[in-house]
Ligand binder design. Sequence first.
Ligand SMILES: [Zn+2]
Ligand SMILES: [Zn+2]
Ligand SMILES: [Zn+2]
Length: 266
Amino acid sequence: MNDRSVRVTLLGTGTSTGIPVIGCACRVCTSSDPRNSRLRCSCYVQTPDVNILIDAGPDFRYQALRTPVTRIDAVLITHHHFDHVVGLDDLRPYLFNNRTAIPCYTDAHTAGVLEKMFSYIFKDRDYPGVANLDLISVAKPFEVVDRTTGTGSIRITPVPVRHGNLSIFGYRIGHFAYLTDTSSIPESSFRLLDDLDVLVLDGLRHEPHTKHLTLHDAVEIAGKIGAKQTYFVHMAHSILHEEEDAQLPECMNLGYDGLTFNARLS
Ligand SMILES: [Zn+2]
Ligand SMILES: [Zn+2]
Ligand SMILES: [Zn+2]
């Protein structure tokens, strides 16, 4: 990684059940191709000064061990659904050697829901050993810093997207954007997605879904955004990696767990 780039690792690329789906014997769930095994969606972004986690779902602990995710300065939360947030408590080990609170950024609605879901972390703090996480609701671009030194600020731009009847955040960091759980993108958000090196975008399956893009629609939107490279994530078990990846247009691919890539930071 040079000084002016971000290194991104896709920690998980599967839909909310994870793939394989419990009890399923379909060709994807029983595939020996590791790219068909998909943990819940999450992403680790390393910059020269600041390391950022996007979402912490039910597989976070295992993802953090296998990658490994050694340091977290800030967490960006896309929305409150189970598959994106239930790993927040597993951030505690990152506080053992650095007690400075880990800032967790999200939109105001998600912050309100998380305060109820995790009242023992974000509200009451009524027993010892609770993760020291600061919930910060944002609406505009903001800066994150090295949690140890308070220096090395990196600019994050929230990118509002529709996820069924919810308005949730994707995030842009430098020339990289991460848009999981997307059913459509408002026109005003396309302006935040120009000149991307890499776009990560929801591409659930072929059958329509009220809260997610089909792979066909995802390809169309990715074409409109025009990133140099697009990876699709949040895939269901109807998507066989080798078969579907081969049919995608140039510069578009299915993501898979453990995939890493770089993008310019500025
Ligand atoms: Zn999801
Ligand atoms: Zn299956
Ligand atoms: Zn969701």
